[in-house]
Design a binder for this molecule. Structure first.
Ligand code: SF4
Ligand code: SF4
Length: 188
């Protein structure tokens, strides 16, 4: 990986934006590396989570928002629990994804598509409908047969059902989504 010049393309407002939206203080990070040492996905990240924190302190907005790391993060919160400065690092990663999405700078489009498909299912059925999610995701992503071999196996064990289950209060769940979408529009 090429070295990054931290003194170029600096966006100081970005630090403030992330701090405000996440409620965290990135300047507290002293690069101990505990978060990265516990991160189960670090081998797939282009920048380990402690480096994301350092890039944030240096106002490297473009590098962060173009990174794969913020999308590959599984929000497991190991980084948060390990941080000696009590920074909610996972929340910062979440905030970075939200900003990347808002600015239409999504480096991992399939992951965003999966999130969107998952949330559509929640909104429509009040809980996730696994078969519907898989079919919709595979169709929209063009990965038509991805994981199709697993379907019969999990179905035969009764783990997932072919048709969605009706739950009480679906309308209430849909209203939660509407409230959030109204709020997001106001933010735009
Ligand atoms: S929340 Fe994300 S960055 Fe933090 S340890 Fe888990 S996968 Fe890694
Ligand atoms: S654990 Fe906390 S202080 Fe240590 S590198 Fe990660 S964010 Fe920084």
């Amino acid at each position: 990986m090429d070295a990054i010049n931290l003194s170029s393309n600096v966006d100081w407002n970005f630090i403030e934006e992330v701090a405000k939206e996440s409620g965290q203080n990135p300047s507290l990070c002293y690069q101990c590396g505990n978060c990265t040492a516990g991160c189960p996905y670090t081998q797939y990240f282009d920048y380990p989570v402690s480096q994301v924190m350092r890039l944030l302190q240096a106002g490297q907005k473009d590098t962060i928002l173009n990174s794969k790391s913020i999308w590959l993060c599984a929000t497991c919160e190991t980084c948060t629990t390990r941080c000696p400065c009590e920074i909610d690092v996972a929340h910062i990663m979440d905030t970075l994804r939200i900003i990347a999405r808002r600015e239409n700078r999504v480096s991992e489009k399939d992951i965003k598509l999966f999130y969107d498909t998952f949330l559509d299912s929640m909104k429509q059925f009040g809980r996730i409908y696994e078969v519907g999610i898989l079919l919709a995701y595979n169709l929209k992503s063009g990965h038509f047969l991805a994981d199709s071999d697993l379907g019969p196996k999990v179905m035969s064990h009764g783990k997932i059902h072919f048709f969605p289950k009706k739950i009480k209060g679906r309308d209430k769940v849909a209203k939660i989504f509407e409230r959030f979408q109204d709020k997001a529009k106001k933010h735009d």
